[in-house]
Ligand binder design. Sequence first.
Ligand code: PMP
Length: 301
Amino acid sequence: MTAIPFHDRDGVIWYDGAFVDWRDAKIHVLTHGLHYASSVFEGERAYDGEIFKSTAHSARLIRSAELLGFQIPYSLAEIDAAKAETIRKMGYADCYVRAFAWRGSEMMGISAQNNKIHLAIAAWEWPSVFQDKAKGIRLMFAPWRRPSPETAPSAAKAAGLYMICTISKHEAERKGYHDALMLDWQGRVAEATGANVFFVRDGEVHTPIADCFLDGITRQTVIDLVRARGWRMEQRRILPDELYGFDECFITGTAAEITAVAEIGPHRFTPGAITKTLQEDYARLVRRKPIEREKPKRAKA
Ligand code: PMP
């Protein structure tokens, strides 16, 4: 991956309705979004020139802003079109897309009722987040927990919620791990710092209920893929002590796609047939290729 800093690259960024040179896409230092985290964003991927589930991402961006009390001054269709145009202008077939909205600088206090709402969209090449996608990455338990939905707007993809993710991920990397697994405020398994988590046992797939963390678009896609294979899919509370009983584990997210997990704290997993099949199914789905499946066997009555 290139080490060129993000502020000093070639290309264009869609900024409040027009394309500006990449290096000119600036904000003032006295911006509410920077000081008070009144900022929401999306991470998306385009495959063969088309963003996977673009409209679902645009809808979540609008919803995230609403949860923070502001309205993005562009419609769903306008955001979708702006993202498609950004990729086209950048000339990418496969890329990562970042759409983000924030409160501007008209007022600088907790209250920012009159601040202008900005929207920007940038795209760049980001082939793979983890090198060990098939072999499995190593996670430690995070020092921070996902907050209760009464403490933070946990359904929003809001910048402020990433503070504990960055602290946790930095600590994991310092200790030689790839990422951290966060528990929720009640001590149950929640998610990784930027991806949801799934477990496999006896041919069944289990994932925590997404009621205090992001119900990822990849998570929802993988749940559909599991069911389409005819495998049992359980969304339930999972306690950290249960992890010893699972055979496979993987994380899901737009950036991480489906990445196998080999280790969480003292627990070991072996990436197996279910992880591999889902990785292949997902890779085909995002490129709009047909997935060949045997007819799922009907469960016995
Ligand atoms: N949880 C967190 C904290 C994330 O940052 C992400 C990535 N957006 C996800 C889950 C997965 O979401 P998605 O599949 O929609 O990318």
